[in-house]
Design a protein around this ligand. Structure first.
Ligand SMILES: [Zn+2]
Length: 139
């Protein structure tokens, strides 16, 4: 898939892939088959590795910064919009449909954050097990 960036004609928008977003980020590292961590481009301190990016099975790109949580600021910093995260453009622009889209965005952002927290909880749990056995922690 490709993505039109910067054109004012939204009806010609193609779906974005995580690859396009990742190509605009620094210090990207894979954390799973369709998930990555990168530096947040939003211009705050503690940006190193704070941005989690996941591509869902339907092609939706999910992102969450553990330092700023500012999805709009993050996307603006790399020349993208929230609508670029979804595989298809929202056709229904009624207030109800826009509300549903906002709620879906919140759910997906929280889902991505919870997946990362779950993974990091496993790491902390493993480290606690090593410390309980009086073993030293190494990289
Ligand atoms: Zn951030």
């Amino acid at each position: 898939m490709s993505c039109r960036i910067g054109s004012p004609n939204a009806t010609q928008r193609d779906a974005m892939t995580a690859e396009l977003l990742l190509s605009r980020l620094k210090h990207v590292r894979a954390t799973g088959p369709a998930s990555w961590r990168a530096d947040c481009p939003n211009g705050h301190t503690k940006a190193r590795g704070s941005l989690a990016v996941t591509e869902s099975a339907d092609g939706t790109v999910l992102l969450h910064c553990f330092a700023c949580s500012d999805v709009h600021g993050i996307l603006s910093a790399v020349g993208l919009e929230v609508a670029d995260l979804f595989p298809e453009r929202i056709k229904d622009t009624s207030p109800e449909a826009r509300q549903r889209a906002r709620e879906a965005l919140k759910r997906t952002a929280w889902a991505a954050a919870l997946r990362v927290l779950s993974r990091e909880t496993c790491v902390v749990n493993a480290a606690a097990g090593w410390l309980r056995q009086r073993k030293t922690l190494e990289d």
